[in-house]
Write a protein that binds this ligand. Sequence first.
Ligand code: SAH
Length: 218
Amino acid sequence: MEKDRIQAAKRQMIDRQLIARGIEDPQVLRAMEKVPRERFVPEHLQDAAYGDHALPVEHDQTISQPYIVALMTEALELKGTERVLEIGTGSGYQCAILAELSKEVYTVERIEPLAERAKKVLEGLGYGNIHLKISDGTEGWAEHAPYDAIIVMAGAPDIPQPLLDQLAEDGRLVIPVGGRMGQDLLKVTKRKGKLEKESLGGVQFVRLMGVHGWKQAQ
Ligand code: SAH
């Protein structure tokens, strides 16, 4: 896509998909305007990069719909000083949005070629505050815990305990929880050691595979 068309598609995404549906955080809108989503989607789908839908990437995975990225990011209430943990790097798009809005992003992906591709794209865009690990993200990333915000980009049968353990006091965790065909998007806030849960609505994500997620055989 040439520059003008990308700019127009982006503007339309911001107005019709995000602002019209209630995304308000100016920093989230700024990040979504800045990050070039077309770089994260497969080449033959670049014309559809700013469409109102998820898109397939390699290995049967997806890059989330822009609105869902914005909704989940807004729920993390980022101010720019946070350490954020992302589970499910996928294309790296959500990761770039987080890197715009926080101090350090720790991201974990279990499929190596996806992680390698995401790493290249993110490095190409010059992000210096992203740390990537190829591993089972249902275990979190204990070494750098606690995290002020945790975002899980795949659907879990339950909230993995290690993620709750690695969440800071007053930290926010956003995660889709439910069955294979649909999940409830939950925002969990840790206050005085207790968990407050709020539903942000119904969503459909690929499965979170792992020790504290879906098992291969299921
Ligand atoms: N944030 C991504 C969306 C990724 S889709 C983007 O913006 O493109 C979900 C990703 O979660 C997939 O890449 C999948 O491989 C990954 N995933 C699933 N289970 C995982 C686990 N246990 N640990 C790390 N990544 C996992």
